[in-house]
Design a protein around this ligand. Structure first.
Ligand code: F6P
Length: 533
C-alpha cells in the first residue's frame, strides 16, 4: 500500500519548496482547499501533484470511504471495546435518524439536549436554584475528554459569554481544587461532575472534596452529573433530573458536543451552542460527501502523513494565532495522541511504521518568543500548522489584529524561504562588520528554510467556526487511523499507569508497598514518606 510513497522519500526530502512555487505559478491555488469559509493552504509543503495522487491512492486502498460509511452507519468500529463511534449524532441537527442496532439514537439525544437547554436557561435567567442564591459561577470537574473539550471551547468563545463564569478543575493535585474554589461562594456555584465512566480516580476525588467545600449532602441540589454511567450518578447522590447521560458510543475525547459541553452551553446559551453543533455538522456533511481530493479532513490527514511518513518528521506543532485558542494544542494532544499513538493494527499485528506524530504547540505570537528558535534553526524539522482568523472580535483594536496576521504570515514565509549565508553576510557587511567576526556571526544568522507548514484561515472564531475546526480535526485523526489500520477510538495505553497508581495509593498511608515495585520506585516512595535513614 505504501510502496509508491516510500519510493518518493528521497526526492521529497531533498526537494525545494521554493522551486515548486517557481515552477508552478498556480501552486498556491492548486494546493489549497476552500470549504464553507475555511481556507486550507498546504502549498508550503514539499508535496507535489504526483505525491498527492499517491496519497489519494493510499486513502482509496485503505478504504477510507468504506470505513467512513461504517462509522456514520453505527458499525462497531471500535472493535476492542465493541462500541460504535457515533459522536457525530450529537451534532446531527436536521432530524434524520441515526441507527444503532436498528434503533434510532436521535430521540434520546434530542431529549437530553432539551433538558440541558431548560436547565441552562433556568441557571442563566436566575430561576434556578430558586432559593435566592442566583448561580454566578459554574465549576466543571472532569479530566481528559471530560475537561479538555469544554475548557478549550469555553475559552475560545469568550466573546459570546453572557452566562455564569465557568471554571475547571481537572488535576487530582489539591492545588487545582483549592485555587479554583477559593474565590467562589458555594451558595452561588453550580458544580458539574463530568465523567463518562464516573469512576475516574481524579474526578471522583475532586467531586467528593468539592461536595465537602459546598457544605456536604445538603449542597447536592447545586450539583449536576454528566456521564454514561447514570446509575453511578445516583449513587453519588445527584438526582435524575440533573443527570445528563450519553451513550457509550461517544468517546471521551469526542464528547464536547453533548452533555460534556454543558459548561459551554451555560456560558454562551443554548442557541449559540447549537451554532457550535451546526458548524460540526456542516463539516460532517462535507466529510461524507466531498470527493477525497476536495475533502478538507482527508487532505489535512494526507498532508500530515506526507510530512511524517515520507519526509520523516515525527512531530507536529499546532500554532493558532488566536489567543482564545490557547487550550487547542492541549485538546489536540489528547485527540491525536490518545487516538493514534498506537503500535498494533486492528487485528493486533504490530505496525511496520510509527503511527501518529507528537503534537504540541502554543498560540502565536507567544510561541515565537519561546520555541520558534528550534523551529527555524534546530536540526529537527517540525511541520507547523498555523491558524488565523480574517477578523478578530476587537474592531477597536484592529492594529493588534493586523500585527497578529502579519506575524502569522511572516513565520510561514520565514520557514519556507530561510536565509542563506551569503544573505546573512551581506546584511552584516551593510552594518560595517567584516573579517573573522563576519564569518562567525553570519553562520549564526543562517536559516535553512525549506521547512513545511500549512495555514488554516477562518473568517472569525464564532461558535459555528469552532465547530467546523474541531470536527475537521476529529475526522483528520479518523482518516489517519484508517490509513494506519489502527483503532483510533480506544486508549489502552493509559491503563497500566492507572492500575499501578491504584496499587501505590494504600502505601501512601502505611499499607504494603507492591512487592514487584522497582528499586527506584521503592526508594522514591520511602523518600516521600520520610522513611530514608
Ligand atoms: O485518560 C484516559 C481517559 O479514559 C480518557 O480517554 C478520558 O477522556 C478520561 O480518561 C476521563 O474519563 P472519564 O470521562 O470516564 O472520567
Amino acid at each position: 500500500m505504501w510502496k509508491k510513497l516510500d519510493g518518493m522519500r528521497d526526492a521529497a526530502r531533498t526537494r525545494s519548496i521554493a522551486q515548486l512555487f517557481e515552477g508552478d505559478s498556480g501552486r498556491a491555488r492548486e494546493f489549497a482547499l476552500n470549504v464553507d469559509g475555511l481556507l486550507f493552504d498546504y502549498s508550503k509543503t514539499s508535496l507535489d501533484a504526483e505525491g498527492r495522487n499517491a496519497l489519494l491512492e493510499l486513502a482509496g486502498a485503505a478504504d477510507v470511504c468504506g470505513r467512513r460509511a461504517a462509522m456514520f452507519g453505527g458499525v462497531r468500529i471500535n472493535e476492542t471495546e465493541e462500541r460504535a463511534v457515533l459522536h457525530t449524532a450529537l451534532r446531527n441537527l436536521d432530524g434524520s435518524a441515526v441507527e444503532l442496532d436498528g434503533q434510532d439514537v436521535m430521540p434520546g439525544i434530542r431529549d437530553t439536549r432539551t433538558r440541558m437547554a431548560a436547565l441552562a436557561q433556568a441557571v442563566r435567567d436566575g430561576s434556578f436554584p430558586g432559593d435566592g442564591g442566583r448561580i454566578k459561577d459554574v465549576v466543571n470537574i472532569g479530566i481528559g475528554g471530560s475537561d479538555l473539550g469544554p475548557v478549550m471551547a469555553v475559552k475560545a468563545l469568550a466573546p459570546y459569554h453572557d452566562g455564569p463564569r465557568c471554571h475547571f478543575i481537572s488535576n487530582v493535585d489539591g492545588a487545582d481544587l483549592t485555587d479554583t474554589l477559593a474565590p467562589l461562594d458555594p451558595r452561588t456555584t453550580l458544580v458539574l461532575v463530568a465523567s463518562k465512566t464516573f469512576t475516574t480516580q481524579e474526578t471522583m476525588l475532586n467531586a467528593r472534596s468539592a461536595l465537602n467545600w459546598a457544605g456536604g449532602k445538603d449542597a447536592l441540589g447545586r450539583f449536576v452529573a454528566i456521564s454514561s454511567a447514570v446509575e453511578k450518578c445516583a449513587e453519588f447522590g445527584i438526582p435524575q433530573e440533573r443527570v445528563f447521560g450519553f451513550g457509550d458510543w461517544v468517546g471521551g475525547r469526542y464528547s464536547v458536543w453533548g452533555p460534556v459541553g454543558f459548561s459551554l452551553m451555560l456560558a454562551i446559551g443554548p442557541a449559540a451552542f447549537e451554532n457550535f453543533l451546526a458548524g460540526g455538522q456542516a463539516m460532517d456533511r462535507h466529510f461524507r460527501d466531498a470527493p477525497l481530493a476536495a475533502n478538507l479532513p482527508v487532505m489535512l490527514a494526507l498532508v500530515g502523513l506526507w510530512n511524517q511518513q515520507v519526509c520523516g518528521h515525527g512531530s507536529r506543532a499546532v500554532l493558532p494565532y488566536e489567543q482564545r485558542l490557547e487550550r487547542l494544542p492541549a485538546y489536540l494532544q489528547q485527540l491525536e495522541m490518545e487516538s493514534n499513538g498506537k503500535s498494533v493494527s486492528l487485528d493486533g499485528t504490530p505496525l511496520d511504521r510509527v503511527a501518529g506524530p507528537v503534537v504540541w504547540g502554543e498560540p502565536g505570537t507567544n510561541g515565537q518568543h519561546a520555541f520558534y528558535q528550534l523551529i527555524h534553526q534546530g536540526r529537527q524539522v517540525v511541520p507547523c500548522e498555523f491558524m488565523i482568523g480574517v477578523e478578530g472580535h476587537e474592531p477597536e483594536l484592529i492594529e493588534h489584529h493586523r500585527a497578529l496576521v502579519a506575524n502569522c504570515l511572516a513565520q510561514s514565509e520565514a520557514l519556507l524561504k530561510g536565509r542563506s549565508e551569503a544573505e546573512a553576510r551581506a546584511q552584516l557587511e551593510a552594518q560595517g562588520i567584516g573579517g573573522a567576526k563576519l564569518t562567525q556571526l553570519s553562520r549564526h544568522r543562517v536559516f535553512p528554510g525549506n521547512r513545511p507548514s500549512t495555514t488554516l484561515v477562518y473568517p472569525r472564531l464564532t461558535p459555528y467556526v469552532l465547530g467546523q475546526i474541531i470536527a475537521l480535526y476529529e475526522h483528520r485523526v479518523f482518516v489517519e487511523g484508517v490509513i494506519y489500520g489502527i483503532n483510533s477510538f480506544d486508549q489502552w495505553g493509559v491503563e497500566l499507569g492507572k492500575e499501578l497508581a491504584n496499587g501505590l495509593v494504600p502505601a501512601m498511608t502505611g499499607g504494603p508497598v507492591p512487592k514487584d515495585a522497582s528499586g527506584s520506585t521503592k526508594a522514591l516512595l520511602a523518600h516521600v514518606l520520610g522513611q530514608t535513614g
